[in-house]
Design a protein around this ligand. Structure first.
Ligand SMILES: Cc1cc2nc3c(=O)[nH]c(=O)nc-3n(C[C@H](O)[C@H](O)[C@H](O)COP(=O)(O)OP(=O)(O)OC[C@H]3O[C@@H](n4cnc5c(N)ncnc54)[C@H](O)[C@@H]3O)c2cc1C
Length: 461
């Protein structure tokens, strides 16, 4: 008999695992209460990156005059453009539906049984949905997380919003206050500012994106200011609204007034009421499921993946954890999760992509490293494209040249980080990176050049 796998949650942690498990010969049932693709597709990654695509397009228009593009009447192109928010959001909803439907048909054509409903664990090997019990040899929990609600700042879905509620807006907020300057807060603040909203960003640290590379975060802070965004330090203690707008009170007594507020202050895992602790699945003090590097929980046969584990809240990490869980459960070769190889990106304009170790980690680990940093503005292709900002930074071992990590800031940095991600994953050296051809002229020429600058002439004598 085929091993029976039950997966709870149809986000990247769940659906990727389902596909791996059927391929390995398992009989797979996936339970999802909201829609396939999970929050990643329905409310988080897909919609946010789609609204950002519109915002990014506008920055290309800003470069038009320099490139010799004008309207026939001589007017400046960028300043004559306006954004139709109803159309932007209706496009987003269409894209979300399509992506969710594509995942549904992929699961169906691969033979995954999908059950709509809310699941709970009745025992380590038994999942219950409504009145139906599903017995399993292995269970994977990939139940994700939801926006954290600060007491006194409860969303109303109209003017006080979480990131899942932005897509019902039919008009651009006149003045959006964004509370939280982590990745989510910075991405939306940047995007709405470009779309044409006045934006005030409330940062609890001294700069935006304080967990990113310091040069990258300093650059984005400057870019935001230059674009007219107001940056305010502090933490929100309460939010009120009336028909005309919102008032955001900060802990230091400052009161900010705007038309809308977006609360982007982190997530909480969807782990309550699932019967987890009763089944022997241990949670930490924040309600996150404890897992090891092969996605095992503390209950035998129960695995967990994605945002409900708090390992690293990225769709790619969720999917990897889910795949590893299935490989482990079904007896395939298992490579434990290695967070030192993760590539990530902040979808601001410019983007900030990073892979491997950050400089702060290298210092903490006491590694013998060197940094090479080159600005994109010197790159010939960048000049042709009118790109005058961004940089490539590579961290390499001082003696062996092994690439430990890298940061790319620039347009589509998320695409340009891949060769450096390969280098980190495959333990390549800066000479390996510099030795591969790049196209001339291309932005990737700067990656190769930055690596070349870390070359050491070895004394073989
Ligand atoms: C605004 C925003 C933008 C982001 N952008 C990016 C990005 O660009 N790149 C990136 O890599 N990551 C991004 N992330 C992070 C990414 O969204 C998450 O890491 C990813 O969604 C985690 O996947 P998951 O499978 O763990 O959970 P989810 O995608 O949250 O899916 C979990 C699913 O489980 C279902 N579920 C929960 N409980 C039950 C139950 N009891 N029964 C049945 N079903 C249940 C839920 O309905 C949900 O559909 C972003 C996050 C946010 C908030």
């Amino acid at each position: 008999m085929s091993p029976r796998v039950v997966i709870v949650g149809g986000g990247p942690g769940g659906y990727e695992a389902a596909l791996v498990a059927v391929k390995a010969g398992a009989d797979v049932t996936l339970v999802e209460r909201q829609g396939l693709g999970g929050n990643a597709v329905l409310t988080d990654v897909v919609p946010s990156k789609t609204v950002i695509a519109t915002a990014e397009w506008l920055t290309i228009a800003h470069r038009a005059p320099e490139l010799g593009i004008r309207r026939p009447d001589g007017a400046d192109l960028a300043s004559s453009l306006t954004v139709d928010m109803a159309q932007v959001n209706s496009r987003i909803k269409g894209l979300v539906r399509k992506q969710s439907a594509d995942i549904a048909s992929r699961l169906a054509s691969n033979g995954v049984r999908v059950i709509e409903g809310e699941a709970r664990l009745a025992a380590p090997h038994r999942v219950v949905v409504g009145g139906t019990a599903l017995d399993a040899d292995a269970v994977l929990l990939a139940v994700g997380a939801r926006p954290r609600i600060v007491p006194g700042c409860a969303p109303d879905g109209e003017r006080i919003l979480t990131w899942t509620q932005l897509y019902d807006l039919t008009e651009l907020p006149e003045h959006l206050i964004v509370v939280g300057s982590g990745v989510t807060g910075a991405e939306f603040a940047g995007a709405y500012n470009l779309l044409g909203s006045r934006v005030t960003l409330v940062a609890s640290g001294d700069r935006v994106l304080s967990r990113e590379d310091p040069d990258a975060s300093a650059h984005l802070t400057e870019v935001f200011k230059e674009r007219g965004m107001t940056l305010v330090g502090g933490r929100a203690s309460s939010v009120t609204r009336d028909d005309a707008g919102v008032r955001v009170a900060l802990e230091d007594g400052t009161v900010l007034e705007g038309s809308h507020v977006l609360m982007a202050v982190g997530s909480v895992p969807n782990t309550e009421g699932l019967g987890l602790e009763e089944a022997g699945v241990e949670l930490d003090e924040r309600g996150l499921i404890r897992v090891d590097r092969v996605s095992r929980t503390t209950a035998r046969g129960v695995y967990a993946a994605g945002d409900c584990t708090g390992v690293l809240p990225l769709a790619s990490v969720a999917a990897t954890q889910g795949r590893i869980a299935m490989a482990h459960a079904l007896g395939d070769a298992v490579t434990p999760l290695d967070l030192r190889r993760v590539a990530s990106n902040v979808f601001t304009v410019p983007e900030i992509a990073a892979v491997g170790a950050s400089e702060a980690e290298l210092e903490k680990r006491g590694l013998f490293y060197e940094v090479s940093r080159l600005d994109l503005a010197r790159n010939p292709r960048a000049k042709m494209l009118g790109i005058d900002e961004g940089f490539v930074k590579i961290f390499g071992h001082k003696v062996t040249g092994q690439v430990f990590g890298a940061v790319v800031v620039g347009p589509r940095a998320s695409e340009h980080i891949y060769p450096l991600s390969l280098a980190v994953a495959q333990h390549l050296t800066v000479d390996d990176v510099a030795g591969a051809f790049t196209v001339y002229p291309s932005l990737s020429g700067t990656i190769s050049e930055a690596a070349r600058r870390l070359h050491r002439i070895t004394d073989e004598a």
